[in-house]
Design a protein around this ligand. Structure first.
Ligand code: PLP
Length: 397
């Protein structure tokens, strides 16, 4: 009889030659457990999703309650479904006034697709500006705005009209014109290895977009909902996007994404033609119920309050000459080493020793740290000790 691992390799589509092949039985809090009971600390929240840890009891209860009432009823936007309505109401209540219309999707990439379509419809322009080293997902539109040729060259032709500019480069802002539909930017770049924009540059970007009638799309699919120490990462820069993208942590472990804009901008989807974006499962009632429960927990338990302190603990504990830099904000961090080879050895040893981390798609010499926000100080210190031991093992004579 074939093992589960063999069946996985035979029948489940493989997209690399070297899957991790860890086999898990259950997960709770910051830990994921193998069948025999060995627990692994999840320092990447798989990836950027489990902000409340795994299987938070209030989220699990919300899933059960909603599944018993109803699951899928109708394609998005036709029936009034309580979980979608309540979740949108809650999100709008915590967002700036201009972000008052929520379109729920299945995933992050679908939110990206919907947002780019919306910007094209609203402005009447096909031109989009994106950023070098960006990551916005794996569908064709999202690939078109990805700033890494290696991952997209095999899929050309992609969307026309896409230009690329550089983060924190003031000269490049001149490329934003009245013919630009939108600028799409990760508020904090994730797969680039956690790169932050400068405050003044973000202010200038917002100004250029406003002056030219260009919609500013901020992709907070990784960064939103407390990960960076603020509810939304754009708050660090005192700006408000025209369209905000969320997914990952939004569903508390269930699949849901969203693009959020103003009622006025979103209305562009209603005419010529109607039904500007269609999705069958987007805003699934069970996902929305889970997302609402997760947001309630995040806010009621003030989980964002400790994020800055936890970042400081990581920076204090991760001391070793082989660490070239620690970049990032809050619990969205990158630890840079001299090479991919060193990073990979350290990561493999961490996993063997019960701490799960990985590297970034566009930055393979940096280790990703994005633990659940609920991680305790003791757990964090323990994880950092395991990482430092692994660094020492692979970099000291
Ligand atoms: N945007 C960012 C910044 C992401 O990090 C990701 C996923 O990693 C996406 C978009 C795509 O989201 P999804 O994988 O849900 O399609």
């Amino acid at each position: 009889m074939l093992t589960l691992r063999q069946l996985f390799l035979n029948n489940n589509a493989q997209t690399t030659h070297f899957p991790l092949l860890l086999e898990f039985d259950r997960a709770e809090g910051v830990y994921i457990y193998e069948e025999g009971g060995k627990g692994y600390m999840d320092l990447i929240s798989g990836i950027g999703v489990s902000n409340l840890g795994h299987s938070h009891p209030k989220v699990v209860q919300a899933v059960k309650d909603q599944a018993e009432k109803y699951m899928h009823l109708m394609v998005y936007g036709e029936y009034v479904q309580t979980p979608q309505v309540r979740f949108a109401e809650k999100l709008v209540s915590i967002l700036p006034e201009s972000l008052n219309s929520v379109y729920f999707t299945n995933s992050g990439a679908e939110a990206v697709e919907g947002a780019i379509k919306l910007a094209k419809r609203y402005t009447g322009s096909p031109n989009v500006l994106a950023f070098n080293n960006s990551y916005h997902g794996s569908t064709h539109g999202a690939l078109s705005v990805m700033g890494n040729e290696e991952f997209k060259q095999a899929y050309r032709p992609l969307l026309p009209g896409i230009g690329f500019i550089r983060l924190n480069n003031h000269d490049d802002l001149e490329l934003i014109t009245h013919q630009t539909a939108c600028v799409i930017l990760e508020t904090i770049q994730g797969e680039a290895g956690i790169r932050l924009p400068d405050y003044e540059w973000m202010q200038a970007l917002r100004k250029c977009c406003s002056e030219t009638g260009t919609l500013l799309i901020l992709d907070e699919i990784q960064a939103a909902l407390g990960r960076t120490g603020k509810l939304f990462a754009f708050e660090h820069f005192d700006i408000v996007p025209d369209i905000l993208l969320m997914a990952k942590a939004l569903g508390g472990g269930m699949p849901v994404g969203a693009f959020v804009s103003s009622v006025e901008i979103m209305s562009a989807f209603k005419e010529n033609p109607i039904l500007g974006h269609i999705t069958t499962f987007g805003g699934h009632p069970v996902s929305c119920a889970a997302g609402l429960a997760a947001l309630d927990v995040l806010l009621e338990e003030n989980l964002i309050d400790d994020v800055a302190e936890k970042e400081a603990i990581i920076r204090r504990e991760l001391q070793h000459p082989a660490i070239e830099e620690i970049r990032g904000k809050g619990l969205m961090l990158a630890v840079e080493f001299e090479s991919f080879d060193t990073n990979k050895k350290i990561i493999d040893t961490c996993i063997q020793n019960g701490v799960i981390t990985d590297w970034f798609l566009h930055c393979s010499n940096s280790m990703r740290l994005a633990p659940p926000l609920i991680i305790t100080i003791e757990e964090l210190v323990k994880a950092c000790q395991i990482i430092v031991q692994a660094i020492a093992q692979h970099t000291e004579d």
